[in-house]
Design a protein around this ligand. Sequence first.
Ligand SMILES: [Zn+2]
Length: 320
Amino acid sequence: MSGGAGKAHAVQLAPPALAPWAASPVGTAYVQERTSGQAGPEVLLTALVHGNEYSGAWALDAFLRSGLRPRRGRITAAFCNMAAFARFDENQPDASRFVDEDFNRVWAAGVLDGARRSTELDRARDIRPFVDRASHLLDLHSMHEPCAPLLVTGLLPRNIAFAQSLGTACQAIVDGGHADGVRMRDHGPFGDAHGDRIALLLEAGQHWEPTSLQAARNVLMRFLVRSGALDRQDVPAGWLQPDATPPAPVQVTHRVVARSMDFSFAQDFSGGETIPAAATPIAWDAGQPVLTPYDDCVLVMPSVRQLRPGVTTVRLGRRA
Ligand SMILES: [Zn+2]
């Protein structure tokens, strides 16, 4: 069964040592920048928006250690929810996603400007100036279950096109976000249909698999080249995976939300499956079948790892 709610996946990739990046030349702990002195893109690379998703932090760490500097513009690297990451325990690896609330649901201006406080809101307010100045944002995440890498683009065509132009095999997921709060990648001008800012969210693979680090590094370097901050010949040998053609984007149309704790998938789905016929049972919830709403329905990120009533267990989409 995909993603049993019980035992966590093995932690094959140890957490990175990030202490070298605590002291910040820009005055915000765990935020570093590399400048070119030339005009160019304002790139923001973020990791650890979720405290237990550290493959992206390994990729940022590798970038910072490499000594690479942008040829044009500025590259800022931010390790976001360090309070949650500091609690990471490989015996309870799912427990350190956040401290008080999901860092990736607090990015509505009204929430950031409001009076409410939490560990994550305080940190989001610290990081916000870097998000607000970015022309290009790449937010590095990973997934509960083993799955090929995905690039979550939001709904705007410019982000879908940017994702498709990176030369990776990543599946673009066209997704409008979450009803329970605004993601960092949808904050402010990033969500402006008439703007030109680029924001992508990478789901690199399972949280603690070494292949997720390789995927994060590949996408990170391609993002820097595509944004114009680096030239391709600047990328260290071995950091890029071979050029690939991405599949057509998948537009998310539905979310399957568990109604009970008695929810299980009908097969061992890992994501990316296309279910040919409408009305095929893909899961059972409190004894009732969950049916595909249309022909050629694509399953996106199936997981019952955090199962409880109200949690999304799988997204359903159509290939464009
Ligand atoms: Zn995440």
